[in-house]
Design a protein around this ligand. Structure first.
Ligand code: HEC
Length: 244
């Protein structure tokens, strides 16, 4: 299965490409694929975020927040953002790969149905970051492509940045780095050529209930708040695409 998807990724030799710096034309496909996969995860996360009040509603049992609802929303939002319509996959060259991400997100919501529909429980731990992590894990098992959320002051141990990610997070934190600009590089990982991309994320007002102040105080999840302020670098989505 994984090989099938990797074959879709055309070979890119070891070429360093930083967005903004000229990259060879044939590297563009992989960079674009990475960007679009990140976008698919971001729109999925936004669907969770926009329905957080419903998910957390203790008074309701069945919430209608089904896996089909979420995957339709993801496809619709992705189409609006990119003009790529995954409901007509035959017209999309990379459709199998993109649909593997949609399917991963769908499975996470399917698996969480008993939790989401539990009456009498408010906060259930089904939040955008957890959704993104679980979707990324499933997507990796399907495709061999790693996608994760990471940050310098990470909460979940599996989100710990590796050396490359730590370095890029330092670049993102530097005020000279244009805000919001992703970083990509063709490099080696475990002796194999990969394309890596990271897309920085910044703290919005909505994040501060959990990640804000007072620093060290417990948030609704029971974890200690990081003390971020609006606009601070929060972390990044990191993707690793194997190449051949
Ligand atoms: C309801 C509380 C809550 C809110 C609101 C929230 N987060 Fe988080 N965030 C968490 C939790 C819990 C984790 C750990 C998720 C996991 O288990 O993988 C996390 C993880 C992360 C991570 C991955 C690194 C890590 O800490 O493991 C980033 C980056 C992040 N959040 C950024 C944000 C941003 C940006 C926002 C606002 C758009 C936000 N968060 C809103 C609770 C929250």
């Amino acid at each position: 299965m994984a090989n099938h998807f990797i074959k879709i990724i055309v070979a890119v030799t070891l070429t360093v490409s930083c967005m903004g710096v000229a990259a060879p034309a044939w590297a563009n496909t992989e960079v674009e694929t990475a960007e679009l996969l990140i976008k698919l995860l971001q729109v999925g996360r936004a669907v969770i975020s926009d329905h957080q009040a419903t998910i957390n509603d203790a008074s309701k049992g069945d919430k209608g927040f089904t896996s089909d609802f979420v995957s339709n929303q993801v496809i619709e939002r992705f189409r609006k953002a990119t003009k790529i319509d995954l409901s007509r996959p035959s017209a999309v060259p990379q459709a199998p790969l993109f649909l593997a991400m949609v399917e991963s997100e769908k499975e996470v919501i399917e698996e969480a149905q008993p939790v989401i529909n539990k009456q009498g429980v408010g906060f259930k731990g089904m939040i955008p970051a957890v959704f993104a992590r679980k979707s990324g894990e499933r997507f990796y098992r399907k495709t061999g492509i790693r996608v994760k959320l990471t940050g310098t002051d990470y909460r979940f141990p599996g989100n710990r940045p590796d050396d490359f990610e730590s370095e890029v997070l330092r670049i993102f934190a530097d005020t000279r780095h244009p805000k919001g600009q992703p970083y990509s590089k063709a490099t080696m990982l475990d002796g194999k050529p990969v394309l890596r991309m990271m897309d920085p994320e910044y703290a919005a007002a909505t994040c501060l209930g959990c990640h804000g102040n007072p620093k060290g105080e417990r948030d609704i999840t029971g974890a200690k708040k990081e003390g971020w302020h609006e606009g601070d670098l929060a972390g990044a989505i990191s993707i690793v695409i194997p190449m051949r």
